[in-house]
Design a protein around this ligand. Structure first.
Ligand code: UDX
Ligand code: ADP
Length: 454
């Protein structure tokens, strides 16, 4: 067996994960391949203008690129030369046919499986990194091993990294999950993969943090873990509406709830609702699975998490409208932040996108500002009238009737809010949907202030 690794898919998961695996396994050659030549060119760019922004990523790529980490569009050679194939291609929600709007679209995954099979010249371990519906590994194994000259062992090794903290999450994971079949080949494959995370001459994750299960448990665990996290966000947002109606403060409520060690303090921040590529997709996937197996009440239960999340963005717009005398047509509104959370340029499923579309329907004049996500914002909002883009927050707010903070970028609290106030039309409103600014200080300047859950 050689030690070479290939990862198919150079996206948010494949790129950072392989960079860290290469860094921690200097004895292994790691090749990341993608059909998207532009993306590969960006990973290879001489000035390290990488296709995704992630704190600490550039440093790791600088350390290992060209040594034992390579990016390429030559999928055939890379597959031929390796024994271990990670698959990190996208699995978006299916938008057509059976399960449209809920099930995963597995066409990229299946295309990848067929590529691996066609190009392989030896036995391989194939590892699912993308989040997939339960039993995908079995389907993949069936495709790969049908009349095959070589043997393919499929493992599930779901990735739990969060964007914005990907490198830290990869370097210090709470756990690594490996699902594999309990056959001699399966066990050998699992032990090979354990070695990548925690092996002689390589690896970094303490053995007790590497949890092994059967393949289906691993696949389901990833969906369930994201559904639990999404549900916490929807739960605290459901409490936030009640706080607004009754005069309670959601941050106080969250602090005290979180002090119970059975609940814990994390993921209790009320806000504009969750975004990102995973939560909605994975909860929808879970709903689809429940329905497929006739578990309709469970399906309805998980659907509520999404329903609550959508409602949160509608509520933001209703409250803004009410505060702005029930008309925002022609008024200038500055959206501060478009990324789905701080420290990323990713705008997939961002609540800011929904809010922007709802405000545009009310014919507001929108200005979007974001330190990392303006390119994506332009792409997402293309075709919507009345939207402009501005890198500089002060310019974005000039002449605006309202600033709506959508992303909790770390520098927003330390902006010169007096200067922003002076340049705005009066009455000047700040709607801080992340509760990240000092509301009392803003009110002292003269702003009227809206928060979530207060
Ligand atoms: C998530 C999971 O955390 C990760 O384990 C999985 O692998 C992929 O999905 P990610 O989508 O990158 O990661 O971001 P995360 O930090 O989980 O935030 C998701 C969304 O929830 C963001 O929009 C965030 O703003 C929101 N959120 C999170 C809240 O509104 N309140 C919170 O308390 C926490
Ligand atoms: P994730 O967040 O899961 O990493 P991304 O969309 O960021 O998802 O990345 C997935 C990558 O997989 C994309 O860059 C896409 O071009 C790539 N991809 C999709 N299908 C294939 C394929 N058949 N072969 C190689 N790469 C693929």
């Amino acid at each position: 067996m050689n030690k070479n690794i290939v990862c198919i898919g150079a996206g948010y998961i494949g790129g950072p994960t392989m960079a860290v695996i290469a860094k921690k396994n200097p004895g292994r050659k790691v090749v990341v391949v993608d059909i998207n030549a532009e993306r590969i060119a960006a990973w290879n760019s001489p000035d390290f203008a990488l296709p995704i922004y992630e704190p600490g990523l550039e440093e790791v790529v600088r350390e290992v690129r060209g040594k034992n980490l390579f990016f390429s569009t030559d999928i055939e050679s890379a597959v031929k030369e390796c024994d271990i194939v990670f698959v990190g291609v996208n699995t978006p929600t299916k938008m057509f046919g059976r399960g449209a709007g809920r099930a995963s679209d597995l066409q990229y995954w299946e295309a990848t499986a067929r590529e691996i099979k066609n190009f392989a010249e030896c036995d391989k371990i194939v590892i699912e990194k993308s989040t997939l519906p339960v039993r995908t590994a079995a389907a993949m194994e069936a495709i790969l091993n049908d009349h095959a000259e070589h043997k393919f062992t499929v493992l599930s090794n779901p990735e739990f990294l969060a964007e914005g903290t990907a490198i830290k999450d990869l370097l210090e994971p709470d756990r690594v999950l490996i699902g594999g079949p309990s056959t001699p080949d399966g066990e050998a494959a699992v032990s090979e993969l354990v070695g990548i995370y925690n092996g002689e001459g390589g690896g970094w994750v303490p053995r007790e943090r590497i949890l092994t299960t059967n393949v289906w448990s691993a696949e389901l665990t990833k969906l369930a873990a994201n559904a639990f996290l999404a549900q916490r966000v929807s739960s605290i947002n459901a409490i936030a509406g009640l706080c607004e109606a009754t005069g309670a403060d959601v941050d106080e409520v969250a602090r005290v709830i979180g002090a119970d060690r059975r609940i814990g303090p994390k993921f209790l921040k009320a806000g504009p609702g969750f975004g990102g590529s995973c939560f909605k997709k994975d909860v929808l996937n879970l709903v689809y699975l429940c329905e497929t197996f006739g578990l309709h009440t469970a399906a309805e239960y998980w659907s509520g998490v999404i329903k609550m999340n959508n409602h949160q963005q509608e509520r933001i717009v209703s409250r803004l409208l009410a505060k702005m005398f029930n008309t925002i047509a022609g008024k200038k509104i500055a959206l501060f932040g478009f990324a789905f959370k701080a420290d990323t340029g990713d705008t997939r499923e961002t609540p800011a996108g929904t809010v922007a579309r709802l405000l545009a329907e009310e014919r507001a004049r929108l200005v979007v500002t974001d330190p990392k996500a303006l390119v994506n914002a332009r792409r997402d909002l293309a075709g919507i009238d009345g939207v402009s883009y501005e890198q500089d927050e002060y310019k974005a707010a000039e002449g605006a009737d309202a600033v709506v903070v959508m992303t909790d970028w770390r520098h927003y609290p330390s902006l010169d809010w007096r200067r922003i106030y002076d340049s705005m039309r009066k009455p000047a409103l700040v709607f801080d949907t992340r509760n990240c600014l000092d509301a009392a200080a803003l009110e002292a300047i003269g702003f009227s202030v809206l928060n979530i859950g207060k």
